[in-house]
Design a protein around this ligand. Structure first.
Ligand code: ASP
Ligand code: MG
Length: 441
């Protein structure tokens, strides 16, 4: 079996859905299970309608019209979506009447995008001669906890899903909702924004699929953000740990948690381009051996804060760092990068509010300085520290570009070398690094 996931831009309109049809048709012999997002922009429009209703403005027509536009272009009869339209209208009216939007109601509203899109897509497939059926994922055994906005399937769901899906008619393509789920009590949930990828890897793992394909609008994973570096190129193969590092640091291609289910099940994830299906994309898999690898890619995360705590007392004092991180944890600060010396510790975080609360407490330990507007830049690759001279190349190139590196973190055996620079320096730094790491020698 093969799990093929198509994101919002891949199913944006009739033109894109026709491409999806051709891709799925070509894969029909591999027993594809197709997972779809909502058409591009629909989830945002649903969330907007829900917030408007809670604020006293009942206006379901905007999103309904937008969805109808795509459905009609795909040749769907209005009756196909009418029951779900009525359900959404009732739901928005309820939110409007009570002027209250709980995480539970927001998930319920958000779920309509995927429920509509799979119906429209399966309907088009059938009329174009590819037998297909739309499925809400909960009818395939996907039962979640009640963490609205970040729900996860309950232990034991895999066997049930596998049994249900294997019993579906082998000559019809299942077109399944991404992103959404349902609790055992019947409440609709979502796994989080952009979560259809996660639905796909979870299903892939449950089914023991040969591969999970994530179809999007780039030629797989690139060596750098093509908007910053026009000469960025495709990475044919990556390991899970490298891809996870990249996903975390701003690569728009994959959500960080997405890879975990596939990784645990040892199932390769392939990232492909709906607009260029002939391109092999990037395959992410566990590779045997542990050899010294090259640099895979460069990624970055902007608008970070750097907190530096300078405390002469820290010298030789037991448990000092423990107290620092304890304060961070208590105030809910997520720390990304850390560097320490004998008398100071610097760390990065991205949320101003919790960091300011922690800073107030840390001020009792020493002098605190918080600098906003920083970018974390990571060079990702296997065993970078084992490659003599690489650090000098990287830092030399950045210095030559006139960019100041304010913090460095790097561990032996790690898959990243992390630098912190000012936001305004990021495009220069990424450009020069791409040149020396990928375009020379
Ligand atoms: N439609 C959902 C969203 O926009 C999920 C997804 O696209 O993966 O967040
Ligand atoms: Mg998306």
């Amino acid at each position: 079996m093969l799990v093929m996931k198509f994101g919002g831009s891949s199913v944006a309109d009739r033109r894109q859905i026709d491409k999806v049809l051709a891709i799925v048709r070509a894969a029909a012999a591999r027993r594809p299970v197709v997972v779809c997002s909502a058409h591009k922009g629909i989830t945002d429009a649903l969330v907007h309608a829900a917030r408007e209703a809670a604020a006293g403005r009942f206006a379901p027509e905007t999103v309904l019209e937008r969805q109808r536009g795509v459905a009609r272009a795909c040749g769907a009869a209005d009756a196909l979506l009418a029951p779900l339209e009525a359900e959404l209208t009732d739901l928005l009216r309820g939110i409007y009447l009570v002027r209250e939007l709980s995480p539970r109601s927001l998930d319920f509203v958000s779920s309509f995008g995927e429920r509509w899109s799979v119906r429209v897509i399966a309907d088009l497939f059938r009329r174009e001669g590819l037998p297909a059926d739309a499925h809400d994922v909960w009818d395939l055994g996907f039962v979640t906890d009640a963490e609205f906005g970040a729900a996860r399937p309950l232990p034991g769901w895999e066997a049930r899903a596998r049994a249900i899906i294997e019993a579906l008619p082998a000559d019809r393509v299942p077109v399944v909702t991404g992103f959404i789920g349902r609790t055992a009590a019947g409440d609709v949930t979502t796994v989080g924004r952009n979560g259809s990828d996660l639905t796909a890897t979870l299903l892939g793992a449950a089914l023991g699929a040969e591969e999970v394909q994530i179809w999007s609008d780039t030629d797989g994973v690139m060596t750098a953000d093509p908007r910053l570096v026009p000469s960025a190129r495709n990475i044919p193969t990556m390991r899970f740990d490298e891809a996870a590092e990249l996903a975390y640091f701003g690569s728009r291609v994959l959500h960080p948690a997405t890879l975990l289910p596939a990784m645990a099940a040892g199932i390769p994830v392939r990232v492909l381009n709906t607009n260029r299906p002939e391109h092999a994309g990037t395959v992410i898999r566990e590779v045997a051996g542990d050899d010294v690898g090259g640099v895979t890619s460069i990624a970055y995360k902007e608008r970070q804060l750097v907190l530096t705590l300078t405390a002469p007392r820290m010298f030789g004092e037991l448990g000092f760092l423990g107290r620092v991180f304890d304060a961070c944890a208590r105030h809910g600060v997520v720390v990304d990068v850390v560097a320490t010396s004998e008398v100071s510790v610097s760390l990065t975080a991205h949320d101003r509010e919790p960091l300011e609360r922690a800073a107030a407490e840390l001020a009792s330990l020493g002098e605190v300085r918080v600098l906003p507007g920083r970018t974390i830049l990571v060079v990702v690759g296997r065993h970078l520290a084992a490659r003599p001279g690489l650090g000098a190349v990287i830092l030399g190139a950045i210095a030559d570009a006139g960019v100041n590196v304010e913090l460095i973190s790097h561990a032996f055996g790690a898959v990243n070398l992390t630098l912190v620079v000012k936001d305004e320096d990021v495009s220069r730094a990424v450009g020069v690094l791409h040149r020396v790491l990928f375009e020379q020698g």
